[in-house]
Design a binder for this molecule. Sequence first.
Ligand SMILES: Cc1cc2nc3c(=O)[nH]c(=O)nc-3n(C[C@H](O)[C@H](O)[C@H](O)COP(=O)(O)OP(=O)(O)OC[C@H]3O[C@@H](n4cnc5c(N)ncnc54)[C@H](O)[C@@H]3O)c2cc1C
Length: 471
Amino acid sequence: MDLDTEVLIVGGGLSGLAVAWWLAQQGVAAEIWESADAPGGLIGTQQAGGYTMERAASLMLNFRPEVSALLAQSGLNERRLALRADLPRFVLQGGALARVPMRAGALLVAPFWSRAGRLRMLAEPLVPRGGGEHESASAFVTRRLGREALEKIFEPLLASTFGCDPDLAPARAVLPRLTALEDRYGSIALAVCARKLRRESLPASEMFSFEGGMQALVDALAASAGVRLRTRCTALAIAGDSRGWLVEGRSAQGDARVCARHVVLSVPAAEAGALLGGADPELARLVAGIDYAPLAVAHFGFDRTAFGAALDGMGFLAPRDEGRTLLGCQWTSSVFGDRAPPGKVLLSAYLGGARASHIASWGEAEIAAAALRELTPVLRLRGMPELARVVQHRRGLPLYHGAHLQRAQRVRERLTLRPGLHLAANYLDGVSTRDRITSGCAIARAVCSHLRGALGAGGAAGATRSGVATA
Ligand SMILES: Cc1cc2nc3c(=O)[nH]c(=O)nc-3n(C[C@H](O)[C@H](O)[C@H](O)COP(=O)(O)OP(=O)(O)OC[C@H]3O[C@@H](n4cnc5c(N)ncnc54)[C@H](O)[C@@H]3O)c2cc1C
């Protein structure tokens, strides 16, 4: 097998673009095959009637240095739109909006909690360690903080960020930072106090999007020097031998075929499973067995006069005991002023997840109608929107349910038997845009270190062709 390229990335969503961008920073020019006619995958921004609407991700929550580095080096910092830190957030309680104080002290004294619920949270430092590696997120939160904290805060938060059911998702998969605090300090509250005493600050976190929307992120990565994007090119099969990987596919120009030393699969689990079937049936089975939850985003443009409630805030989350199809609603034009024309309001409602997976069989009209029906009494809406746009993702987010961590571990073990094969995907190590960029950085590092090893062992010709900077 003669090598055509050092690295081929299959899938030009954020995961694949991030790997390519990090490789380019090391002087490795990777080729990306993307089956759609534009990069971005789930991420994309649509403009209509002066409104700016996201297909999926609408903002980033970052506390990772890798993401800060990427934004600084790619020039994206100049286009960043930060969220006001004091922007109020709400949850539904008995059908009405209840404000969630964002500081721990204020949260504890807020009228938000019942007396018993507040006392139960205050007892957190007295709760012994426990639970074990299979404990669900619901069991973990209930054990440490009580049922009320789960139902009012954690359940809607996890349902909206992971699309998951916290009864089925292991705490270590979806709340890794909190379980790590319990492991180290025995209590979340004690961990916060200990860190304060030692003047150890938690990594600063910030929330932001970009001028023009999240599209700016994927466009900037795709346009970077060293990223060679081939759109309308679909991988159909991969096969490997000791020298590298042969990827065959179809492009707008006809059949496509590339031999690469490294192949990074950045496609959803079902597609990865299909591609891997011939190369490693066991790996294919493990990956293809990951379930997804459907998600839909319903955007509505309204005249400001249509609102009976002030929309000063980020929006609200809807806990499951409120019995809604809605996971929550972002008051998009209150968060980022440029997302709606003057005098207008853009709302973005999120529906579905594991809790309302029946929306997978709904059409756009049904989704828009359900969202409006549920939003109208909460926001005291008067009249109909002047714009409605629904984006459906029948496979929205991978579910980190059941034995997900064990499955992910078996996938990693299996990959060690397939040198040069990498999976950069949100079904393994985090669904957020932050995780996609951070994981892309780790994969690019592994590829570069292997290429440098190959260079040292006489692989100079191939490595030089793709421009590996240093040995
Ligand atoms: C509704 C919704 C809202 C979200 N909101 C947020 C948010 O606010 N903040 C946040 O941080 N995260 C959010 N996320 C999560 C985040 O957007 C995703 O996890 C992330 O964008 C996934 O990127 P990816 O590259 O792994 O996958 P994808 O975006 O799915 O990309 C995979 C790519 O592979 C391509 N492909 C598939 N098969 C092939 C093939 N055979 N050959 C070539 N190409 C192929 C596809 O066309 C696609 O472009 C949200 C997700 C959803 C669904």
